[in-house]
Write a protein that binds this ligand. Structure first.
Ligand code: GLP
Length: 259
């Protein structure tokens, strides 16, 4: 079972995930991070900004989960721009060691294959941060995604486009396609850390953690992973049937066991 940790606020989640990442980088200065976009990972990046200040992170490598297809990489809402502005620059990572799928490639299938290959060549991702969409997607693996899927183009659901419209001038500007790591790609990371905050995620979190394994809820794929940590705030945990059990397990966590 994934470890489920319920914390009062997103800032608490940011501190927990930030500690795990800083510990990893302490042990392996050239570790490979899997970074995510959206509002959910922001408390982690905020925490890391102070936690990593003054430390040498020049050898850290990172791969983003996904990228829109059909907008320029310099568009302020491209994941290339977002990762650069929210992760690479503030944390002081080396830009050439941070990769985002190329949503503008003339040959997207080839770009997808090359992305998976680049992850493999880097030795695989050590720790993958994940958010969750209100429809249960991770990365941009929308409902129906194969658990064995590799990096590829996916069509975004109307729900996802609506959710992400807040970042664009109008919903018409939200791309309809994305290049995303597949569920099979994500499952190869050595440690998954899935975060979810707020009431709007409560249903998706309950389905992902307590519903049956199903391609309809792509995040249920985390149950196929041997090392997954889920950190949710009070509101996102509000529909979990076994919430008190998860709290009991965490309260009794052996001191030697890290995240
Ligand atoms: C996008 C991203 C996902 C992210 C999701 C949730 O669709 N592709 O990686 O988890 O949005 O976004 P937010 O964290 O803003 O709720």
């Amino acid at each position: 079972m994934a470890e489920i940790i319920i914390v009062p606020t997103p800032e608490d989640a940011g501190r927990l995930a930030g500690t795990a990442i800083a510990d990893l980088l302490g042990a392996r200065p050239d570790a490979v991070l899997g970074v995510a976009t959206g509002s959910t990972p922001l408390p982690v990046y905020d925490d890391l900004r102070t936690r990593l200040a003054g430390r040498d992170v020049s050898r850290v490598r990172a791969f983003a989960l996904d990228e829109y297809v059909g907008i320029d990489r310099d568009h302020p809402e491209s994941y290339h721009s977002i990762i650069q502005n929210q992760v690479t620059l503030p944390l002081g990572l080396t830009p050439s060691l941070v990769r985002v799928p190329d949503g503008q490639a003339a040959d997207l299938e080839r770009a997808a294959l090359e992305y998976d290959e680049a992850i493999r060549k880097a030795g695989g991702i050590d720790l993958q941060l994940l958010g969750i969409g209100s429809d249960g997607h991770i990365g941009f693996n929308e409902p129906g995604s194969s658990f064995a899927s590799r990096t590829r183009v996916k069509t975004l659901t109307p729900q996802t486009r609506e959710d992400n419209a807040r970042f664009f001038a109008s919903i018409d500007e939200v791309p309809r396609h994305a290049l995303t790591q597949g569920l099979g790609t994500i499952l190869e990371a050595r440690h998954l850390v899935l975060l979810a905050f707020g009431e709007a995620k409560a249903e998706a979190v309950a389905l992902a953690l307590e519903g049956p394994l199903s391609a309809r809820v792509p995040a249920t794929a985390i149950h196929l992973h041997p090392h997954c940590t889920v950190i949710v705030d009070d509101q996102a945990a509000s529909r979990l049937a076994d919430r008190s059990f998860y709290e009991y397990v965490f309260a009794n966590k052996p001191a030697w066991q890290g995240l």
